[in-house]
Write a protein that binds this ligand. Structure first.
Ligand code: PAF
Length: 280
C-alpha cells in the first residue's frame, strides 16, 4: 500500500496522536533519502519491532560542513517512495524546510566529548547539525523507537547520548552495517562513485579486515595503522583522513584491542569521502 507522504508537522501529529491514543508502538527511521539496502534493513527492523513505522527524509543543511557536499547530495524522493512500497510503512515524513527550521530558529543541540574526535574533528559542526535535527525528528514523530545504522557508529553513539541527556523517551536501536558483495559499506555517497572509484572503494573493507585480524593477535595498533594507510593509498585512495582504534563503549583511543573495540577509517576515493568501521 502507498504510504502517505507528509510535509507538514500538523499532519504528522494528527496521525501519531491517534496511534498513541491506541497504545501503538511507533518506530522511526530517520534518513536523508537516496535510500539503499542499508536504510531498508533499518525499515525492516522497525517493521519487526513496532506497530507503526515512519520513515523521515530530510537533507539536513545544518550537518553539512561543506556546501559542495550538500549541493551534490543525491535527492531521489520518487525512487525512495517506490523502494519503500514493499515494506508497507505507515508514513513518509518529508518535512518542508520551515517545519524543521522555522524563521528565527535559534537553538542548537550540542553533545560534548564524543563529538571531539573523528567525524567531529574532520567535519566541524557536523554533529551539532545531526543532534539538532535528530532531536527535532524524535520530538516531532513522538516515536518510541528509532533505528540507526552502525555504519555511522559515532553518530549512533552521539544520538544515544543526546536522547538520554535530554530525557527524550525513545529507545535508540543500532543495526548492523549492510555491505555490497565487494564488502563496500552501503552509503548514499556511493552513488557518486565512478565504476573505477567503486573498485578502489571496495578495497577498504579488505584492508580493514586484515588490520583487525592482526589486532586480534595482540599486535600494537600504530605500526599496523601506518601499513594500512600505505595499503589504502596504494589501492587508489587519494587521501586517508584517519585510521583509529577506539573503545566500542566510550570511543576512547586504544593502542591495542585489549577490550571490545572498533576500527574506524575515513578516506577519499574519486572525490568522495567514505567512512567505515568494524568491530575488533
Ligand atoms: O544518517 C543520516 O542519514 C543523517 O545523519 C540523519 C540521522 C538522518 C540526520 O540527518
Amino acid at each position: 500500500m502507498t504510504a502517505p507522504i507528509l510535509r507538514r508537522l500538523d499532519d504528522l501529529r494528527a496521525l501519531t496522536t491517534s496511534w498513541r491514543s491506541r497504545g501503538e508502538v511507533i518506530g522511526v527511521v530517520p534518513t536523508m533519502g537516496a535510500l539503499h539496502q542499508g536504510h531498508l534493513s533499518l525499515v525492516e527492523a522497525a517493521k519487526a519491532g513496532c506497530d507503526r513505522v515512519i520513515v523521515t527524509i530530510f537533507v539536513n543543511p545544518k550537518q553539512f560542513n561543506n556546501p559542495e557536499d550538500l549541493a551534490k547530495y543525491p535527492r531521489t524522493e520518487n525512487e525512495d517512495a517506490q523502494k519503500l512500497l514493499p515494506f508497507d510503512v505507515d508514513a513518509i515524513y518529508v518535512p518542508d524546510p520551515e517545519e524543521i527550521y522555522p524563521q528565527g530558529f535559534a537553538t542548537t543541540v550540542s553533545v560534548a566529548g564524543l563529538t571531539d574526535v573523528m567525524e567531529g574533528e574532520f567535519r566541524p559542526g557536523h554533529f551539532d547539525g545531526v543532534a539538532t535535527v535528530v532531536a527535532k525528528l524524535f520530538l516531532q514523530t513522538q516515536a518510541d523507537r528509532a533505528f540507526f545504522g552502525e555504519k555511522d557508529f559515532q553518530q549512533l553513539m552521539v544520538v544515544r547520548r543526546m536522547a538520554r541527556d535530554l530525557d527524550i523517551p525513545i529507545q535508540v536501536v543500532g543495526c548492523p552495517t549492510i555491505r555490497e558483495p565487494s564488502g563496500l559499506a552501503m552509503s548514499s555517497r556511493n552513488l557518486r562513485l565512478s565504476p573505477q572509484g567503486l573498485q578502489v572503494a571496495a578495497q577498504k573493507h579488505r584492508i580493514m579486515n586484515d588490520l583487525a585480524r592482526a589486532l586480534q593477535g595482540g599486535a600494537a595498533f600504530d605500526p599496523l595503522a601506518a601499513s594500512a594507510r600505505t595499503a589504502l593509498l596504494a589501492a587508489g585512495f587519494a587521501q586517508v583522513e584517519y585510521i583509529q582504534l577506539r573503545c566500542a563503549e566510550t570511543l576512547d583511543p586504544l593502542s591495542r584491542a585489549d577490550k571490545p573495540a572498533r576500527l574506524f577509517v575515513a578516506a577519499w576515493a574519486d572525490g568522495v569521502r567514505l567512512i567505515d568501521n568494524i568491530p575488533v
